[in-house]
Structure formats: structure tokens, C-alpha cells
Design a protein around this ligand. Structure first.
Ligand code: GTP
Ligand code: MN
Ligand code: MN
Length: 581
């Protein structure tokens, strides 16, 4: 069954961009090997040594290192539909200024047509996209990160409604770099970058920005959340979804190695989930992606057994350093022998005397989910998994306790809407400033965020068995700037309490913020956690929270009439609780 819309679009793009050749990708292993061989021959990929079978390193042009959040534009008829937190342009203006820039841009290059499915096979929640790209690296990445090929073509059939992504590397000039999103015509135009999110359009561009618009219209959710299952020592499995901003621990949490005996982890997704209200009144989550795209620096064999195991073979590394023996290296992996010269992510010689890091701080590994030892059969469940708890979190060196439970769905939505996180320290030492990032979706929300908050409230009205909502913070520090909580595998101790709360068993005490555990409510056995330290970790300081709440007001009120009355009530009630504390 030929899809006329698809063929007409591919023809139109090819005539305009004028590539030397057009290739349709089928997602087979054979095709992946051929793509890899071509890129090794052209120098685009470095083949790693035999300890990393079928694994490769790609280096982004140093001019192209930043991510697309700043170059992202939402093109809707009315500016108000994009909202105050998105860049906006009218579709007509975008078409007039941007389309001509694709004229002849693929001359001398091969144009890849990559049909992909987001979501499990044979799921009514699956969505189809087709990305056109002149980057073999992007085509190969899509093959890892999504379900590419016949599956997608067959599921689409003659249906003209699919997401059309058009990407060209262009000349990589930062001044001509953009990613335009057209929710109304389900189109994405990206130019001038080969870097992660800017170029692999199935991820943030499709599965979050366009999907969040579609989800709001159709009554489901597209969220920047990791999803994982925990099986307790007594054999009960429950699923948790967690929204943390970029670089705040989603992938780590999804693949955690529990620091308590008897617990088992199952990874469903590490970055994005789509959630639907089930017939049973619960919220069900699935991973639209088929691969994991994790941050390499900081990953080491001691604390990241599962992550490293996932990296054993068939991995596409981006912007790590390279050792002389042909293995990848990054800061936080085992130390390299003194005096060994590496090649850094820029392609330059590097020794430990260099002041800049060898791997890009955002160096990544892309690997198919089925390579990960913690992925189980639920990964392909057509309806996903039922969610018992939603966590919001971020980096807060001060103020936010290790964990608190919100009172109900609306209070949880308010807590998500007022999420503030410190940006991880960037390569140039900047960052660290707290900023608003509601539901960790600020860079990825394709609609007016005021409307997005309303949508969360509407979903809550349909849930008869809603997940409980919590906030967590693994990053609180003492006066000397040292982390108060060990994090990583030890986070299981917090998750255990969260699941006890879900089951109605766990004990908690009230604070103006919500409910928190006491020192005896958490299993802290084997941890160095004095009463004073625990006090510091859990402290809720009403004065400081009042400052925070008032500081949030300009952010919340910028949505004007779209800021929901129900959340304003939560805000007022929170301030009243703080004032009387
Ligand atoms: P994106 O993929 O960009 O959305 O980021 P992410 O949320 O998946 O973050 P990731 O799991 O890759 O972690 C990013 C950084 O946070 C790494 O440097 C980790 O070492 C650090 N990190 C993750 N979990 C913890 C934790 O529990 N405690 C501490 N202290 N650091 C953590
Ligand atoms: Mn992310
Ligand atoms: Mn991640």
C-alpha cells in the first residue's frame, strides 16, 4: 500500500534540496552495518577496539556543541498558543524565511529517508514519523533510538497523518542554526546542526514538543520522564515515573543498582514517556523510544554496573575521548595511566595535564534498549505499565529536602509547576543558578505552558486511582558544599519509603511543604547518617520557602488568564501554611 503523501513529500524535498542520492532506510542490521562501514571509510566514525564489538565514536564539530533549546521555535497561527516561554514565529513567516534556505543544501550528499515508529509495536498509542536527513550519523542514531523501517511503514499504511522531519547539517554555522516546529502540520525543520537533540528529531522535537501538543488535544500526556519498575524483596512490582531536568539523574535512576538487598529494577524508559488514562482509572506509561541516550561522563564500573553492561556492544558514542588502544574514555571512568596521550572529543591530543576535560561534559552513549540488562518484557507492552508514583526533582544545593509527598493531585501539579533546578555546571564553569523548569518540560513543551498545566489538572479529574506525587532532591549540600545524600543506588531507600506511602503503610509527618519521613521511617542501615546530618538533609525552613514561593510569582503569573485558578489556590494555601508555621 503506497503512501501517496509520503512519496509526494519526499519528492518535493529531494527536488528542493538536490541531494546526489536518495536512500530509504529499512532499519535492518545489514543496513546499520553498511552505514557504519561508509562512515568509518569517510572518517565520520571511529571503530572502537574488540572490547567494544560493533561500537563506534562520533565527534561533533566543536562549533556545534550546544543543544537546541535556544534555537527551538514553535510555529503556530497565534503566538499565545506557543506561550510566553517559547520562541514563536508564524507558520507563514517561517515558511517564507526558512524553506528557501534548504534550496540545494544537500548537493553532494546522500539524503536518507527514515520512517520510524514511536511506541511499542502494535500499540494504539504508537505514532509514526519520517525523518529526512543528510547525515548518516543521524540515520544510524535513529536506527538505535527508534523502531525504524517496515514496522513503521506498515503501521502507517496510506494514512497521510505522520510527522515530517526535515534535517540538514548545512554549514554548521551557529548563526544559521534553527529547529522549527509546526504542531498544526506535524512538521519539523532543522538546519545547521548534527548535535543530538537538534538533529535526531524523533526525540525531543517529535516525542516531546509535537507530541505534547497532540497529547493535549487528544487527552494523553507526553512527558520528560524516566519510567522504571521496582520489585520489592517480597515480590511486589510497582512502576514509578520521574521528571528531572536534563543532567539531573533520569538515566541513572532508570538503571539503578539498588543499595538494599532483595530489590530488583526494571528499566522502561530513561528520558521520555507517553502516558494514558487507562480504563481502570490508573495512569499508564510507555516509552516511545527504543533506545537509551545516556550521559557518559561520571559513569563508572563501581556505581553503574547496569549502565556499563548496557554499553558492552553495539554502542554509538558521541564526543567521548579516545584512548590509544581504541577504547572510549571519559571523566569519571577509571583513571588513565599518567602520561598516556588521549584524543579528546575535539580530535586533539590530550593528557591529564590539560585543563579542559577530554570528553565533552555532555558526551553520550546511544544503545538499543534490548542491550540493557535491566530491560524486561514490559518494555514492549502495548499499553505500557501502570504508574504508582510520579516524582519531580532537580538539583537544589539548598532548600529542598531529600523527599516530600504532596497532598493530592492538584498539590502535586502545583509542585511540578513550581519546580526549580540549578543547571549542571557547564564546560565553561557557568551554570549553577536556580531557574524555573516546570515538570522539567520548559525546553520541551510545544504548547502554552499555562494550557499544559490545565491539561495536567484535566487528566487528574479522569484518574480514579491517581499516582501519588512526590518531590525528591539528591543534591542538597552542607555548609561546606558537600553532598548530604549518597545518591545513586542508595536512592532505593527513598523509593522504598515512597512505595510504602503508596501502599498506605509508610509513616510521615506534616510540614508546610507536604509530608516527609522521619529518620526512623527510612531504612538508613549501613549509611553514615547522624541525626544532625539527617536533620540538615530534611530541614524545611518556612522563611526560605516563603521567599521561594514569592520569587516564583512572576514566572507563574506570566501565563495570565491561562494560569489555572486551581493552582493559584494551591499557591495561596502554601503561602498561608508557611506564614502560620
Ligand atoms: P538527560 O539525559 O540530559 O535528560 O539527563 P538525565 O536526567 O538522564 O541525567 P543522568 O542520569 O545522565 O545524570 C546526570 C548527572 O547527574 C551525572 O553526572 C550523574 O553522575 C549525576 N547523578 C545522577 N544521579 C545522581 C545521584 O543520585 N546523586 C548525585 N549526587 N548525582 C547523580
Ligand atoms: Mn532529556
Ligand atoms: Mn538521560
Amino acid at each position: 500500500m503506497r503512501n501517496e503523501e509520503l512519496h509526494a513529500w519526499v519528492k518535493k524535498v529531494a527536488e528542493h534540496t538536490k541531494p546526489d542520492a536518495v536512500r530509504w532506510c529499512d532499519g535492518t542490521p545489514l543496513e546499520a552495518r553498511a552505514l557504519e562501514d561508509r562512515m568509518v571509510a569517510s572518517g565520520e566514525l571511529v571503530r572502537l577496539n574488540e572490547r567494544f564489538p560493533h561500537s563506534f565514536l562520533h565527534r561533533t564539530d566543536p562549533m556545534d556543541g550546544e543543544d537546541g533549546n535556544r534555537v527551538s521555535v514553535i510555529c503556530t497561527k497565534y503566538e499565545d498558543d506557543a506561550g510566553p516561554t517559547n520562541e514563536w514565529m508564524s507558520p507563514e513567516d517561517a515558511e517564507r524565511t526558512v524553506w528557501p534556505r534548504y534550496d540545494g543544501i544537500m548537493r553532494g550528499r546522500t539524503m536518507y529517508v527514515v520512517p520510524y515508529l514511536l511506541g511499542p509495536a502494535h500499540s494504539s498509542h504508537g505514532r509514526i514519523g519520517v525523518q529526512i536527513t543528510d547525515s548518516a550519523y543521524v540515520a544510524a542514531s535513529l536506527g538505535i533510538m527508534t523502531r525504524v523501517g517496515q514496522l513503521a511503514i506498515r503501521q502507517l499504511g496510506p494514512n497521510p497523518h505522520f510527522v515530517k522531519g526535515l534535517h540538514s547539517v548545512g554549514d554548521l554555522s551557529p548563526h544559521r542554526r534553527f529547529v522549527f516546529h509546526f504542531p498544526q502540520t506535524k512538521t519539523i525543520w532543522s538546519l545547521g546542526s548534527e548535535y543530538a537533540t537538534n538533529a535526531i528529531l524523533s526525540k525531543e522535537c517529535h516525542a516531546l514538543r509535537l507530541a505534547s501538543a497532540e497529547a493535549c488535544e487528544e487527552g494523553w500526556m507526553a512527558e520528560h520522564m524516566t519510567v522504571f519498575g521496582l520489585t520489592s524483596p517480597s515480590g511486589v512490582t510497582r512502576y514509578i515515573a520521574a521528571a528531572f531536568p536534563n543532567g539531573c539523574g533520569k538515566t541513572n535512576l532508570a538503571m539503578l543498582t539498588p543499595g538494599l538487598p532483595g530489590w530488583k529494577v526494571e528499566t522502561i524508559g530513561d528520558d521520555i514517556c507517553w502516558m494514558h488514562v487507562g480504563d481502570d482509572g490508573r495512569l499508564w506509561a510507555l516509552n516511545p523510544l527504543a533506545g537509551f541516550f545516556g550521559v557518559a561522563p561520571g559513569t563508572n564500573p563501581k556505581t553503574h554496573r547496569n549502565v556499563l553492561a548496557a554499553m558492552a556492544r553495539h554502542v554509538l558514542f558521541t564526543n567521548t575521548a579516545l584512548r590509544a588502544d581504541g577504547s572510549p574514555w571519559w571523566e569519571g571512568l577509571e583513571p588513565v595511566p599518567n602520561g598516556e596521550t588521549l584524543i579528546d572529543w575535539r580530535g586533539k591530543a590530550w593528557t591529564s595535564k590539560n585543563s579542559s576535560p577530554a570528553a565533552h561534559p555532555n558526551a553520550r552513549f546511544a544503545v538499543s534498549a534490548r542491550r540493557c540488562p535491566t530491560v524486561g518484557p514490559s518494555f514492549d507492552a502495548p499499553n505500557g505499565v501502570p504508574i504508582s508514583a510520579i516524582l519531580f526533582g532537580g538539583r537544589r544545593s539548598k532548600l529542598v529536602p531529600l523527599v516530600f509527598e504532596t497532598h493530592d493531585w492538584a498539590h502535586g501539579v502545583y509542585t511540578g509547576a513550581t519546580l526549580v533546578s540549578e543547571t549542571p555546571i557547564a564546560e565553561n564553569g557557568s551554570g549553577g543558578m536556580p531557574s524555573n523548569d516546570p515538570m522539567a518540560m520548559l525546553p520541551f513543551c510545544g504548547i502554552n505552558m499555562g494550557e499544559y498545566f490545565r491539561h495536567w489538572l484535566r487528566i487528574g479529574e479522569r484518574l480514579t486511582r491517581p499516582p501519588r506525587i512526590f518531590q525528591v532532591n539528591w543534591f542538597r549540600t552542607d555548609d561546606e558544599g558537600k553532598l548530604l545524600w549518597p545518591g545513586f543506588g542508595e536512592n532505593i531507600r527513598v523509593l522504598e519509603w515512597i512505595l510504602e506511602r503508596v501502599e498506605g503503610r509508610g509513616h510521615a509527618i506534616e510540614t508546610p511543604l507536604g509530608r516527609i519521613p522521619t529518620r526512623t521511617d527510612l531504612n538508613l542501615a549501613g549509611l553514615d547518617m547522624s541525626p544532625d546530618r539527617f536533620e540538615e538533609l530534611m530541614d524545611v525552613e518556612p522563611r526560605a520557602w516563603l521567599d521561594e514561593a514569592l520569587r516564583n510569582e512572576p514566572f507563574l503569573h506570566q501565563f495570565g488568564p491561562r494560569w489555572p485558578e486551581r493552582l493559584e489556590q494551591e499557591h495561596r494555601a502554601f503561602i498561608a501554611r508557611l506564614r502560620s508555621a
